[in-house]
Structure formats: structure tokens, C-alpha cells
Design a protein around this ligand. Structure first.
Ligand code: ADP
Ligand code: NA
Length: 335
């Protein structure tokens, strides 16, 4: 762990170029249509979350790979305060890319190319984490690499935060080294995907998740997700030393912090919107980045979470994944 007094986070994860094609409708098989506009933005969950840590005032480096076509993404991240000394430009790979068809009726359709994100040096080096106090991981790079960083972070005594998105396979979830993890951040769907993977008797699964978030009252949703968190915590595949945050979209979050000795599961409502809901893309990434930055400051957990929720409220009032992540000052002025 870092010997200096300043906390510092490493985000090991993905970097993408997101290309948004505005279309009258999603292209049908065999059809060619012209887009009304093309917008290019930096994206990828690793980059989004690193950017959010920096916007929240945390010191952060992003560890990942791009191709030569992604140098502008590096510049964009640097100008947002993300350290790029761990960012590698590969000669023979393209930067990860998302081709997003955005139809007039609001429907989306996405083609993903992992590109440089899936580069794996051989043999896999042991990650050097001595400059860091915190690590933030997602699942848009080879799992093998994520696991090597998580295991090294445990050995080095870092605080680790994992956002399993996109979700791992059931086998991967059962074999995951949960004992290495400090904090898990999931949304409601991911919480029950995890439980399904850990469930021994498949006939008893899939019953709890039949309704969507919007159809349930807050009390029903809280009861269902609280049950899910307690189940997860006591499951033999999982570890009792993991703290859990479950995000509930417009209904806020549930949080469980057993390593503090607390047995309570708390709920906090979403931050109040002052403007119409515009774009929820990247809200989960905004939450994760602000959360780690809050842990790094050493603030009280509830204060950290309230700051995250207000950051997310501003994020969903604005367009884009990174562009909509507010500065810490603008979050504080809304609290
Ligand atoms: P994910 O995008 O990972 O599924 P969520 O949809 O749960 O994550 O959103 C993360 C956070 O963003 C929520 O906890 C909430 O604070 C905020 N948020 C998301 N959608 C809304 C919304 N419609 N209104 C207000 N806040 C929202
Ligand atoms: Na947004």
C-alpha cells in the first residue's frame, strides 16, 4: 500500500470510443440508411468510473489499453484529471468501440468491439499496486486480469470496490475470490443474478425478481432487495466481510456495512432532480466513482452516499456518460 499520506485509487478497466448514430429507426437486416447525426464520445466503464473519481476530487490513475486511434481519449481523460501513466497505447490493436444506433423513438441497439481492452500480456505480470490505497474494478476486460488485480490488492492491503457489470457467468461467480473484496456495488438485477448463481436448488430461484423496479412500491422493493442482500451475505459462496451497496434507480440505494459491526441495512432516496430526467447512461459509473472518492476522503458512510446520490441526480439530468458527471463543488452546492 502507498506509504504517502494521500489516498490514491487505481481503476483497472475498459476504455471505449462510443459512436452514436442518430437514426429514424434501428437498421433492419439488409437495409442501408443514413444517420441524421454522428456523435463521438469517450466511454467504457473503466474510463467512466475513473473520470468520476477525478470529478469527485479523488487522485486516480486509469490502468488499461487503447490503440493509436484512442489518443484523443487519453487527452480527454487527462484534461479531466485522470492520471494516464498506466494507460498503454498498443500498436496493433484498435481502441474498444461501441457503435450505438439511437432511434427516434428512443430505442437503442449496440455493437461492441472489445479491441485493446482484451489485450493480455503473456505471461500475465503481477500488478504493481504500491502507489495506491484503493482499487476500483468492473467486468469489461478479461476476467483473468481483473482477478489478478483483485488478489494483488488484497495482498497489498488496498480497499477494493467491484462493480460486476456486465454480469459474470454463474460459474465465474461461484469461483470468484470473494474473500479479497471490500465493497460490492450492484444494481437490483445484478443482485438477483448473483443469488441465482449461488442458489443450490434451481427450482427456488427466479421467483423474487418477477416485477420490474417501476412496478413495485418502495416498501415492496426495499423488502425484496433487503432479503436479497441478507441472502447474499450469508451464502457460503460469498464472504461475510464484503460490504454491499445495491442501487435502485429512481428509488435510491440500499447499503449494508457489516465490517463496521452494523447489522442494519439502510436505505437512502435518490437525489432530488431539479431538472427533467434526460439520460441515465453512466449513472451507475458516476455512483461508483463518487463512492470510491468518498471512501478516500474518509468521510462518514452516510455522507459519502448522500454525495454519490446527488452526483447521480445531476448526472441523469444531463446528456452523456462522462460529460454529465458533475464536479464535487456543484454536488456540494446542491446538498
Ligand atoms: P445502473 O445504471 O448501474 O443500473 P441505477 O439505475 O440504479 O444504476 O442508477 C444509479 C443511481 O443513479 C441510482 O442509485 C440513483 O441515485 C441515480 N438514478 C438512476 N436513475 C434515476 C432516476 N430516474 N431518477 C433519479 N435518480 C436516478
Ligand atoms: Na447522464
Amino acid at each position: 500500500m502507498s506509504s504517502s499520506s494521500q489516498p490514491k485509487c487505481l481503476v483497472r478497466g475498459s476504455i471505449n470510443i462510443d459512436e452514436f448514430f442518430a437514426l429514424p429507426h434501428i437498421v433492419r437486416p439488409g437495409e442501408t440508411i443514413s444517420s441524421t447525426s454522428l456523435t463521438k464520445r469517450a466511454g467504457g466503464k473503466g474510463a467512466n468510473q475513473a473520470y468520476a473519481v477525478a470529478r469527485a476530487g479523488g487522485q486516480v490513475d486509469l490502468d488499461g489499453c487503447i490503440g493509436k486511434d484512442g489518443e484523443w481519449v487519453r487527452d480527454f481523460l487527462k484534461s479531466g484529471g485522470v492520471g494516464d501513466t498506466r494507460l498503454i497505447t498498443l500498436d496493433n490493436e484498435l481502441t474498444g468501440r461501441a457503435i450505438i444506433q439511437s432511434a427516434a423513438d428512443g430505442e437503442n441497439s449496440i455493437v461492441l468491439h472489445a479491441g485493446a481492452n482484451y489485450h493480455l500480456p503473456s505471461p500475465l505480470p503481477n500488478p504493481d499496486l504500491k502507489d495506491y490505497t484503493h482499487i476500483l474494478l468492473q467486468n469489461e476486460i478479461p476476467l483473468q486480469s481483473t482477478l489478478s488485480y483483485l488478489k494483488a490488492s488484497k495482498q497489498e492491503g488496498l480497499i477494493s470496490v467491484f462493480n460486476p457489470s456486465p454480469m459474470l457467468s454463474q460459474k465465474e461467480l461461484r469461483e470468484f475470490p470473494w474473500e479479497c473484496l471490500s465493497w460490492l456495488i450492484v444494481n437490483e438485477g445484478e443482485l438477483f443474478d448473483l443469488l441465482d448463481a449461488f442458489q443450490q436448488d434451481p427450482t427456488t430461484t427466479k421467483t423474487k425478481k418477477s416485477n420490474s423496479l417501476d412496478e413495485l412500491s418502495l416498501e415492496e422493493l426495499k423488502a425484496r432487495s433487503t432479503g436479497g442482500i441478507l441472502n447474499l451475505h450469508s451464502n457460503s459462496y460469498f464472504s461475510k466481510n464484503i460490504n454491499i451497496i445495491c442501487t435502485l434507480g429512481s428509488k435510491g440505494i440500499l447499503y449494508f456495512n457489516p465490517t463496521s459491526g452494523s447489522k442494519e441495512i439502510g436505505h437512502l432516496p435518490a437525489g432530488k432532480l431539479l431538472n427533467p430526467l434526460k439520460d441515465t447512461t453512466g449513472a451507475g459509473d458516476c455512483f461508483a466513482g463518487y463512492f470510491v472518492a468518498g471512501l478516500m476522503r474518509g468521510d462518514k458512510l452516510e455522507d459519502v452516499l448522500k454525495t454519490c446520490l446527488m452526483a447521480c441526480a445531476i448526472c441523469v439530468e444531463n446528456q452523456g456518460a462522462m460529460e454529465s458527471v458533475p464536479s464535487r463543488d456543484s454536488v456540494l452546492s446542491r446538498l
